[in-house]
Design a protein around this ligand. Structure first.
Ligand SMILES: Nc1ncnc2c1ncn2[C@@H]1O[C@H](COP(=O)(O)OP(=O)(O)OP(=O)(O)O)[C@@H](O)[C@H]1O
Length: 370
């Protein structure tokens, strides 16, 4: 466990970056520090590996005050990932990752083998190992940064805005990758971001900081959205918090219904005369798009006759995804698929809203906040 005990940091110029702050981050979980620029997130994080010393109070790792460790050894045992990865530009990717095992006393060959394993683990092809950092995309560099931080197999990982320099699509991919890695590795991760959506997606617990290094709220993401502690947190988590809370409700109780379907390659004779939209599947029963009402099919049905579908909802995942699938589909019918992408059925926005309402009335009846 990482524990901050009444820590305060005042810089020499008088700036108070962190104000008497106490909180603890559970072992094996991702804890996120989030807040606007200058609220003390980085200062707080760097006190864990002693890059910054608190003016008063203490930081403890598994019950031991970090001041009792030799700073260099402490840092070697704590992975650290920063924005733009901070890689050595004149070393190959493989050597960048191998640096840490080498420092810990591994032989060169062993260190390189370990580095290659790590590159694979963060989803990078082996041949990228021979390149230099400048020859990689921003997202790939971040993955190398994560691999390097994992190289010493540290129980604790500090991540300071690691994904903020890449575009939103790459960023979402890196976040998913981190969650997947965390399932395998179970590190104690302290993650700094100024993006509340990133905090809510990654954090098992989220600490919201405000100017002057005050802890405004420390809670699980769902609780943060349901019951923000004050006006600052309310405005920081944003307006659509009701909608975003649906991310934490799964759709297992949703009952997809059947709809008319045809297959790519079917002829006009196979396509039923109908008034509504028809879902088009491929040979593996994966949805390809929609055929509009009354659309004439000339000869065989091909992809270019289709209207693109909306987002697909994987059964059992979040209600937010289920609602989005219905709202984004041209037919108003959200397509539900199984884990392999095969068609299961369709849902309407009304079905999702009814389920939410049912849940709300049942918890209100039990006297619990919805
Ligand atoms: N070495 C320093 N000397 C003086 N003041 C500093 C120093 N480092 C940071 N500060 C100030 O302390 C406050 C907190 O800075 P910190 O970098 O911890 O915030 P942050 O929340 O991580 O910000 P950002 O999101 O912009 O990175 C800011 O007002 C900053 O200007």
């Amino acid at each position: 466990m990482l524990e901050f005990r009444s820590v305060r940091k005042q810089y020499e110029n008088g700036t108070v970056a962190v104000q008497e702050l106490s909180m603890s981050a559970e072992t094996g979980t991702i804890t996120v520090l989030v807040g606007p620029s200058g609220c003390g997130k980085t200062t707080l994080m760097r006190m864990v590996n002693r890059m910054i010393e608190p003016s008063s109070g203490a930081v403890l790792v598994d019950g031991t005050d970090v001041r009792e460790f030799d700073a260099a050894r402490l840092r070697r045992g704590i992975g650290y990932v920063i924005q733009q990865a901070g890689l050595f530009p004149h070393r190959t990717v493989l050597d960048n990752v191998a640096t840490v095992p080498l420092l810990s006393g591994c032989r060169r060959r062993e260190a390189r083998t370990r580095a290659a394993e790590l590159l694979d683990r963060v989803g990078l092809p082996a041949d990228l190992g021979r390149r230099y950092p400048a020859q990689l995309s921003g997202g790939q560099q971040q993955r190398v940064g994560v691999a390097r931080a994992l190289a010493a197999d540290p129980p604790v990982l500090l991540m300071d805005e690691p994904f903020s320099a890449v575009d939103p699509v790459v960023r979402a991919g890196l976040q998913d990758e981190l969650l997947r890695l965390q399932e395998e590795l179970g590190k104690t991760v302290l993650f700094v971001t100024h993006d509340i959506d990133e905090a809510i997606k990654l954090g098992e617990k989220v600490a919201v900081l405000r100017q002057g290094g005050h802890l405004a709220q420390y809670a699980e993401p769902d609780a943060l959205l349901a019951e923000p502690a004050d006006d600052f947190v309310t405005s920081f988590v944003g307006r659509d918090r009701g909608y975003r809370r649906l991310s934490f409700r799964d759709s297992r109780r949703l009952r997809p219904e059947a709809t008319d379907t045809v297959h790519i390659g079917d002829t006009s004779a196979d396509v039923p005369s109908r008034a509504g939209w028809v879902l088009v599947l491929d040979a593996h029963r994966r949805p390809r798009g929609w055929l509009p009402p009354e659309a004439a099919v000339d000869g065989q049905l091909t992809e270019d006759q289709l209207v693109a579908g909306g987002s697909l909802h994987v059964e059992g995942t979040s209600l937010r995804g289920a609602l989005d699938s219905a709202l984004s589909a041209p037919s108003g019918l959200g397509v539900v698929v199984d884990g392999d992408g095969g068609y299961v059925g369709v849902v309407t926005a009304r079905q999702v809203l009814d389920l939410i309402e049912e849940h709300r009335s049942s918890v209100t009846a039990e006297g619990v906040a919805p």
